[in-house]
Write a protein that binds this ligand. Sequence first.
Ligand code: GLV
Ligand code: MN
Ligand code: MN
Length: 425
Amino acid sequence: MQRHDLRVDIDRLTARLDELGAVGSTGDGGCARLALTDDDRAGRDLVVTWMTDLGMDVSVDEIGNVVAVRAGSEDGPPVMCGSHIDTVATGGIYDGNLGVLGGLEVVETLESAGVVTKRPLAVAFFTDEEGSRFAPDMLGSLVYSGALSIEEALDVVATDGARLGDELGRIGYQGPTPCPGIAPYAYIELHIEQGPVLETHGETIGAVTGVQGISWQELTIQGQSNHAGTTPMSYRHDAGFVAASIAVRARELARRMGADQVATVGRLQLSPNLVNVVASKATFTVDLRNTVEKLLQYAEAELSRQVDEVCRSEGVSCSSRRLARFEPVEFDSRIVDLVERTASRLGHSTRRLPSGAGHDAQMLARMCPSGMVFVPSVGGISHNPKEFTSAEHLEAGANVLLGAMLELAESDVLHFDGECEAVAH
Ligand code: GLV
Ligand code: MN
Ligand code: MN
C-alpha cells in the first residue's frame, strides 16, 4: 500500500478516547482530571502504558511533560504531535485527549503497516494545559519551550493551596529530562475546535492560522461586611456589588468592541458568603481575549479604568494578580498550507480560522514551525460534559494528522527558501 493511502482505525481511536474518558469520569459523559491530581496520574499511567506497548521510547521531563518517540530511519529532531490530557473540572473526553490519542493512532497505523519514516515521530502530552488548578494555562509547554523557568513553575501555588512541585513529586511525574526540551522539526496538534465555526459552515477540517491573545487576572475587592437589613444603601462598601458590576462592565466592553473581543468572569468567591451579610471581600477572575494585541491591550486598560471607577464610588479597595498573559500567535504558514492541502487531498472541506482557546501549539511555535488541525465541536460546546465530536469527524482529523505528519517526516517541506529546520520566533 502507498503511504498516502494509509488510514487510521477509528474504532481503535474512539475506544481509547472512551477508556481514557472513563478515568475521572463525572458520570454524565464528562471527566475531571485536574492537573496533578490522582485522576491525572491515573490518566497519565494509562497513556504511558499505551505508548510503551507501541514500543515507543518514553521520557518524562522536569515539569512532567511526557514525550514518546518512535525512531525514524535517520536521527534528528522528531516531527512531534500531541496536546494535553488534563481537563477542567467540568471537562469532556475530547479536549486535549484527541491530540494525544490521535498521535498514538498515527503511530499504531504506521506500526501495523510496517512503515518506518525518515525522521523520528514523537507524541507528547504537556502538563497542566488547562491552568484551572495551576495558572497560567499551557504551563508545561511554556516550560518546555523555555519561556518560563522550571524553578518558577515548580513554585506555582494551586487554587487549593498545593505547590506544583510537591504535587508533581507526589504523583511520581517529576522526571529527569531537562527543560527546555528538544526543538522538534515541526509540531502539529489535532484538537476539537471548541467553538461553533466549522459546524455552522458545514466544514470538516479547520486549518488553524493562530491563537488569540489571552489575559487572565485575579481581582480581590476589599470592602466592609455589615448587616443586610440595617445598613442603608448609601452606607455600604459592598465587595459583592463591585464584583458583579465589573462582570457586567467586562461584558459590555466586549460587546462594544465587537465579535473578536471576549470577556469572562469565570470564578467568583464572596466572603463571608451569607444571605444576610454585605460581602466584605470578593475574589474573582477576568479572562480577556482578542486576536489583535493592540485591541487586547485596549480592553485591559479600559477594564482597569472601570475597575478604578466602580471601586472609588463604592469606597472599596482593589488588588490584582496576573495569572496569565500571552500575546496572539500566528502559526507557520507552511504548516497551515500543509493541513489545508492534506485535508483537500483526503476529500474534506476546509476552512482557515484562528483558535479561540489556548493550546500547547502556541508555546511550541516559539521553538519550531507549528500548526493545528481542528475538527468540529457539536453545538460549539466544550469545557462541558456535553462536549462531542462525531466519529466521522474524529476520523477525518486523525487522517489529516497522519497525512501531514507523514509528509513532514519524509519530505523537506520546511526547507524551501533555504530556511533552517527549527525557526526561533
Ligand atoms: C485553555 O485551554 C484555555 O483556552 O483556557
Ligand atoms: Mn485543549
Ligand atoms: Mn481546555
